[in-house]
Design a protein around this ligand. Structure first.
Ligand code: ADP
Ligand code: 5GP
Length: 207
């Protein structure tokens, strides 16, 4: 049974850094590569962080119901393809999605068992420092992202887990723990424990 992990955070909270650590350090996870109309940044490669497409193609795919969810964020369209879940299920992997609060709300309806995690910077001041440190955005974009963050953080209460990203190593460990703990929910391990239980029953019968 594929577990679905939805991770959201205001820009600059450290979500990409933490998700990269999670993907590198926990086995049997696959990352959902979204479709977007935004331009590639820096050294982003098509097909890795995103599939970069134009608005007309996005709208055509959306109208064919190819997306499990989609939303407009910072003036660009973003969507999760249906195939992401299908491929994870076929391969027996758990799926990690990095999507915004609007997309998370749509998926919560479609996949009620999805595990949702909200990542927060420890304060507005630290968030601003991190946005500036990343030095990818202009002053105006940073100002807009801080204003958006003030709005987005209100949605933390809709998530199962809220992770404050103060110390990076500690936050990365906590995120991994959430994934590992969710994987041993009884309902998810039932098939795996049947053969273990059977070994006890065989011995009981012999005695
Ligand atoms: P997001 O994906 O949420 O927009 P990033 O992962 O790009 O954020 O992180 C924003 C910046 O903050 C990056 O320069 C990153 O290295 C830095 N960063 C992330 N987590 C921490 C942390 N716990 N302490 C200090 N800096 C951090
Ligand atoms: P960025 O352009 O900075 O990579 O991402 C901007 C925002 O879009 C982030 O909050 C990210 O989580 C969100 N996002 C990325 N892919 C998707 C997606 O497929 N669906 C939705 N709803 N949001 C997405």
């Amino acid at each position: 049974m594929t577990s679905v992990f939805i991770i959201s955070a205001p820009s600059g909270s450290g979500k990409s850094t933490l998700v990269n650590r999670l993907m590198a350090e926990v086995r049997n996870l696959t990352f959902s590569v979204s479709y977007t109309t935004r331009q590639p940044r820096g050294n982003e490669v098509d097909g890795e962080a995103y599939h970069f497409i134009d608005r007309a193609e996005f709208e055509a795919r959306r109208d064919r119901n190819e997306f499990l969810e989609w939303a407009e964020v910072f003036g660009n369209l973003y969507g999760t393809h249906q195939d992401a879940l299908q491929i994870a299920e076929n391969k027996g992997l758990d799926l990690v999605l990095d999507i915004d609060v609007q997309g998370a709300a749509q998926l919560r309806e479609r996949i009620p068992a999805a595990v949702t995690i909200f990542i927060l910077a420890p304060s507005r001041e630290k968030l601003e420092q991190r946005l500036r440190m990343r030095s990818q955005d202009s002053d105006e974009v940073i100002r807009r992202r801080l204003a958006d963050a003030a709005r987005e953080i209100q949605d933390y209460s809709l998530y199962d887990y809220v992770l404050v990203n103060e110390d990076l190593d500690e936050a990365a460990e906590t995120l991994k723990s959430v994934v590992r703990a969710e994987r041993i929910r009884r309902i998810k391990v039932e098939e795996k424990i049947k053969p273990i239980l059977a070994t006890f029953h065989q011995v009981e019968k012999k005695q």
